[in-house]
Design a protein around this ligand. Structure first.
Ligand code: ADP
Ligand code: ZN
Ligand code: ZN
Length: 752
């Protein structure tokens, strides 16, 4: 019987992602297993395409009916059964294609692509192999011909231990010398992946860590869950500055003592340096990182380090949850409320769910940690679905910052035209004089955020997206923050009626300029997407701020969370109101969390902290609760709202997004999808299901495509997902997928 591989291919769509059978030629039979990356001839033209083999074996199909597999990537590229389980999980839960799941799990640098070598289609690594040569001593050199001095030096060095070519070159021994010795049979040479220590500058300097009584209690409740090999989950709910990291460090230590490994996730690249520094100092070099600020080679080398068992601890952002770490005992999601843990492109997964899946497979402890957990997470803890462990006081008994509101309406009537209030300016100045530092949060980048025509009243929008263009002063251009569309020079006249344009709204660039005017000599560091584009920019900037090279750190949400600077005593919150009135059922949760978190950056060491919140609604209850850092009161309000209005955790929310080139077609496709789903659901009346819409998305057009959404409140179980798959199948059969592409998102806050 012929030997067959069933393959899922790259670039399939979710409506059409089936397995194709290929004949495996004899030469490849011991290279192709489930999980192997393979090259197959695909489609009418039989063009080479990458795929992943999911099933292999002999089958009773006439061989001549099948196309033949072209090539297979080496064994090291094969997905292990653990990672294959994650591929299946992602596909099942997020409605992505097989290969989208594969690409999410394997970093770019470890992926393969089609190539042609000597007229044959073959697979090729994406990176020219980041390999190094290692020389090993085999036998002493023969007496004649007499070895030269360089050869003798090489033999002596290598008699002690194998060395890499680079190390030998540093000792003045060149490649030809080594090659000559290999030829004589004195040395052996092999190739291996370079090992790089990205953090060699950080000293291994373990300090005794003593937990506070409250931290110790938290640890004592969590540690027993590390000791057995059953899966456990816990929420570590600790006020800002309570020292959650100290508890992590002890848990990690215990995990390693038990001979297992730890996976630590942080929500943003900007938080990785701080975490790496603490872990490296305490645990030394068996630490690997995975995040998008690494270049592809670094990322690949770190990944291989994990894959080959050379890392005990992995730190990284969302996608690090797929690290090929084995024998995991502990998974930590720090700042678990952060939306960055949810992927916004296929596969649209939440790191929480993947982490939970892995913890279940490995019998590990999953710790979700935050001062402001997601309402769903806290609910799960109150329901006993995870252990609830709280830290209620700041480490060292330090007080939480005091918070005052500044009413920006009064500021305006008092004749202050600026975005920075009189009071905030004064306090910033006082801080500079006392040599203390300040953090200012403004979650909008750019200079001016809207341009309105004073005649016809139109807002200048991106031609591809229904969003206002933002004026960026350094580039002297208007930029679309969604598609990158650029207009330069900056128009002064309305494109519709030639009326005068009025630029208003403010972003970080504008506030930076105001600060410079208000505080001459004040050293201001602006941190936002525009200023952190360069490699390691986050790390450099945060190190500079820690070093007190700057007085004020002004930035978007990236300055709000997780950072720990001892000289910060003042926090200012600007422009938060628009978020309060933002859409999506998580709007209040997001504001509460952001304000609580940023306030919590102050007064973390010996100096007490204070915060000022600028707003036009100083009496708003959400701001009031955030000012008091009263999570429980906020949770009570919020959970009541969720229950009353039927939102998660009282239901699952699936948003189906439809995007197409024609407005009417897109809407029609969305309506048809809704109808089909409704009809299919009617045959299963026991399934709880509510369909809302279709309605235009908040951003009605993006990248030139029209956008509609269908909101589905449901129970996200296998029966519901089957229903969705049937609907997608019907959608495809009716050829609607050509009119509007569908994506499904189970982590949406109500929009896309
Ligand atoms: P958060 O809970 O906000 O993440 P951190 O873990 O950043 O708090 O801790 C706040 C500050 O208190 C940090 O500067 C940290 O070094 C210090 N700290 C917390 N716990 C301890 C401890 N057990 N020993 C020494 N310092 C601690
Ligand atoms: Zn106009
Ligand atoms: Zn745009």
């Amino acid at each position: 019987m012929p030997y067959i591989a069933k393959v899922a291919v790259n670039d399939a769509t979710i409506h059409f992602d089936k397995l194709y059978s290929y004949l495996v030629p004899a030469a490849l039979q011991d290279k192709v297993w489930p999980g192997s990356m393979v090259l197959v001839p695909f489609g009418r033209g039989s063009k080479p395409r990458m795929g992943v083999a999911l099933q292999c074996g002999e089958e009773d199909i006439p061989a001549q009916k099948l196309k033949t597999l072209l090539d297979a990537a080496p064994e090291e590229a094969r997905l292990t059964p653990d990672l294959m389980a994650l591929v299946r999980f992602l596909r099942d839960r997020t409605f992505c294609t097989w290969f989208e799941a594969v690409k999410a799990i394997i970093p770019y640098g470890a992926q393969y692509q089609p190539a042609v070598v000597e007229g044959r289609a073959v697979v090729q690594g994406r990176l020219t192999r980041p390999m190094e040569r290692v020389y090993t001593h085999v036998a002493p050199p023969p007496a004649s011909p007499k070895p030269g001095p360089k050869q003798r030096q090489a033999m002596e060095l290598l008699a002690a231990a194998p060395r890499t070519q680079a190390e030998l070159e540093q000792c003045g021994i060149a490649r030809p010398t080594l090659d000559a010795l290999v030829k004589k049979g004195c040395l052996a040479v092999s190739e291996r992946y370079k090992s790089i220590d990205l953090f060699s500058a950080i000293p291994f300097d373990p300090q005794p860590l003593e937990l506070s009584p409250e931290q110790q209690q938290a640890y004592d409740r969590l540690a027993p869950d590390l000791a057995d090999d059953k899966p456990h989950a816990a929420l570590l709910h600790g006020v800002t500055g309570s020292g959650k990291t100290a508890v992590f460090l002890k848990l990690i230590e215990q995990t390693l003592t038990l001979g297992r490994k730890a996976l630590v996730l942080v929500p943003e690249i900007s938080l990785t340096p701080q975490m790496i520094r603490r872990l490296k100092a305490m645990f030394g070099s068996r630490l690997a990182v995975q995040h998008s600020a690494l270049n592809n080679t670094e990322r690949l080398l770190q990944w291989r380090m994990i894959q080959t068992g050379q890392a005990d601890i992995v730190v990284g952002t969302r996608s690090a949850v797929f690290a090929p770490l084995q024998n995991i005992g502990l998974i930590i999601l720090d700042e678990e409320q952060e939306h960055t843990y949810q992927s916004e492109s296929a596969p649209r997964y939440a790191a929480h769910d993947v982490a939970k899946k892995r913890a279940a497979a490995e019998g590990a402890l999953l710790v979700l940690a935050s001062a402001t957990p997601r309402v769903e997470t806290y609910f799960a803890a109150t329901q006993g679905r995870m252990q609830l462990v709280s830290l209620t006081e700041r480490y060292g008994g330090r007080p939480l910052p005091t918070v005052d509101f500044i009413d920006m309406r009064e500021e305006l009537s008092a004749g202050n035209p600026r975005e920075i209030s009189f009071r905030l300016a004064k306090e910033l100045q006082a801080n500079i004089e006392r040599s203390e530092q300040s953090i200012l949060l403004l979650n909008r980048r750019g200079y001016r955020t809207v341009a309105v025509c004073t005649d016809c009243g139109q807002v200048l929008k991106c031609p591809n997206c229904s969003v206002p263009m933002v004026y960026h002063k350094p580039q002297q251009a208007l930029l679309c923050h969604y598609c990158g569309h650029r207009v330069a020079p900056v128009p002064q006249k309305c494109p519709a009626c030639s009326g005068k344009l009025l630029y208003s709204g403010f972003g970080t660039q504008r506030v930076e300029e105001e600060l410079a005017e208000l505080l001459p000599g004040g050293r201001i560091l602006r941190m936002d997407q525009d200023s952190t584009g360069q490699k390691n920019a986050h790390e450099r900037m945060l190190a500079q701020f820690a070093n007190h090279d700057f007085d004020i750190l002004l930035g978007t949400q990236m300055v709000a969370k997780g950072l720990d600077f001892e000289r910060v005593t003042l926090v200012g919150v600007l422009g938060i109101d628009s978020m309060l009135f933002g859409q999506g059922f998580r709007a209040y949760e997001n504001v509460f969390s952001l304000v609580t978190q940023v306030i919590g950056r102050g007064g973390r060491a010996d100096l007490p902290g204070r915060a000022l919140i600028q707003t036009v609604v100083p009496g708003h209850p959400v701001l009031g609760l955030a000012a008091k850092q009263d999570y429980l009161a906020f949770y009570k309000e919020e959970i009541a709202f969720r229950r009353y209005s039927l939102y998660p955790p009282y239901c699952a929310l699936c948003v189906a997004g439809f995007t197409g080139a024609q407005d009417a077609d897109t809407l029609r496709a969305a309506i048809r999808f809704s109808t089909v789903l409704g009809e299919l659901a009617a045959s299963q009346p026991q399934l709880p299901l509510r369909l809302l819409g279709p309605a235009p998305m908040n951003i009605t057009m993006l990248n030139g495509k029209y956008r509609y959404k269908l909101t589905i409140k449901c129970r996200n179980d296998a029966a519901f997902r089957t229903l969705l798959r049937q609907t997608l199948e019907q959608y495809r059969k009716e050829n609607l997928s050509a009119k509007a592409a569908v994506v499904l998102d189970f982590n949406s806050d109500g929009d896309m």
